[in-house]
Write a protein that binds this ligand. Structure first.
Ligand code: HEC
Length: 102
């Protein structure tokens, strides 16, 4: 029973620290995908080289999944709720054309 409580506390801490985190960053009108990426994402996603922004897993390597990822966030990634519409399209296109799929 003690062990179970410990495990529950740990997962609660994880959830508090990670999920629900969000960033208020709003892309300026007309910003390119590259500009948005270098302002909002490179804090955590350091580009691997001039042409490789990220390494994507196969299941995330499509436009819908990339947009969902940055709008909803995940365990250790904040949600960017203000990257919407055309800005979201441009950012997703930038990520997809400049990433390697593993
Ligand atoms: C505070 C750090 C942080 C920021 C800022 C951040 N990310 Fe992430 N991102 C992560 C982490 C950590 C992961 C991997 C673990 C996970 O999915 O929770 C990740 C995963 C991803 C993935 C999935 C990769 C895969 O193959 O599974 C995509 C796509 C992504 N990020 C795009 C972005 C974009 C686009 C931005 C900018 C709008 C961004 N991230 C900003 C931390 C961050």
């Amino acid at each position: 029973m003690k062990k179970l409580n410990f495990a529950l506390t740990l997962s609660a801490l994880f959830i508090l620290a990670g999920c629900g985190a969000s960033k208020d960053y709003t892309p300026p009108a007309g910003a390119t995908g590259e500009q948005i990426f270098s302002t909002a994402c490179t804090e955590c996603h350091k580009p691997l080289s001039a042409n490789v922004a990220m390494i994507l897993s196969e299941k995330v390597a499509n436009k819908d999944a990339v947009i969902k990822k940055f709008q909803s966030g995940s365990m250790r990634m904040p949600a960017f709720k203000n990257i919407q519409g055309e800005a979201a399209d441009r950012l997703a296109e930038y990520v997809l054309t400049n990433s390697e799929v593993k």
